[in-house]
Design a binder for this molecule. Structure first.
Ligand code: GLU
Length: 290
């Protein structure tokens, strides 16, 4: 295949724990993809969540990746240094009247979903989307809470956003899964009025990842299949922010000998543990990396 634009890939871990074998796989795929095509590989530290991120984990990311033979362009972008970029993106969305402040606590959301007959769910996992409580506030109610300094998040008004995008088609391509078209129903039913700026941080994963992939001119986003649905949202955000859409490759997620996906909490599967005990992750991955 001929590549017109420079190939730029990235690995974008969050320093909230030690990297595991699945991260080594993802990083190596992105690295090899760029290097085999004369492109560049970037490392980005996704550390917006100051409460959960630790310097110790960030240091281990550099050491682990170096240890498996990867190199990357410098300087490394650390998201916590770039809050003004995310603020600018929020301004673009705000000017299109696509954001609304949400004062709800997790408890408010759970109660509303339960009362409206929805299944109770854990907000950390996939569940019914936000039930629209604050989207439906009157201007006076909203103003009163703002004046009383009630903390708020900013949510995307999904219905309005999809209305703006309706003639666009929102196509994107995955090198394995093929051509995709973002399905409005899926976005409404699964993602809904997503938080783009949290109460405690003036951005969110979804916003900052889309902004950074654009600013860093990433041509190919190589990441796990767990983010496939999120890509539909990212495609919508790219449209709303006037960005180009990169090409995607969502790879399989590795699992351990019991069929469980690797997680940062499994100490023995961390790259740091392997480094300390001299187990080479690339040997373990040699069958699938080819
Ligand atoms: N920071 C995200 C994670 O660690 C990366 C997501 C992405 O590659 O887009 O899961």
């Amino acid at each position: 295949m001929e590549y017109q634009t420079p190939i730029i890939t990235r690995f974008a871990p969050s320093p909230t724990g030690y990297l595991h074998l699945g991260h080594a796989y993802s990083a190596k795929l992105a690295y090899d993809f760029a290097h085999e095509r004369g492109g560049k590989f970037l490392l980005r530290i996704e550390d917006i969540d100051r409460g959960r991120c630790k310097m110790e984990y960030e240091t281990a990311i550099y050491e682990d990746l170096k240890w498996i033979g990867l190199t990357w362009e410098t300087p490394v972008r650390r998201q916590s240094d770039h809050m003004s970029d995310y603020r600018q993106a929020l301004d673009i969305l705000d000017k299109q009247k696509l954001l609304f402040p949400c004062f709800c606590t997790r408890k408010d959301i759970r109660r509303e979903i339960k009362e409206s007959g929805g299944a109770p769910h854990d907000l950390h996992s996939e569940g019914p989307p936000y039930p629209g409580i604050c989207r439906n506030l009157t201007a006076a109610e909203r103003q009163s809470r703002l004046s009383n300094n009630v903390p708020y998040a900013l949510r995307l008004d999904m219905t309005k956003a999809l209305e703006l995008a309706k003639d666009t088609g929102l196509a994107w391509a995955d090198l394995e899964a093929g051509e995709q078209v973002t399905n409005s129903k899926e976005l409404e039913d699964i993602i809904g009025d997503v938080v783009l700026a949290r109460k405690d941080i003036p951005t969110s994963y979804h916003l900052s990842v889309v902004v950074d992939d654009h600013l860093q001119e990433i041509s190919h986003i190589i990441r796990g299949k767990d983010l496939f649905t999120a890509t539909h949202l990212h495609r919508l955000l790219q449209f709303l922010l006037g960005y180009e859409t990169p090409i995607y490759l969502h790879h399989d997620l590795l699992s351990d000998e019991n069929g469980r996906r690797y997680a940062k909490r499994d100490k023995s599967k961390t790259l740091k543990f392997m480094r300390d005990t001299d187990v080479n992750p690339l040997t373990l991955l040699s069958d699938i990396l080819l």
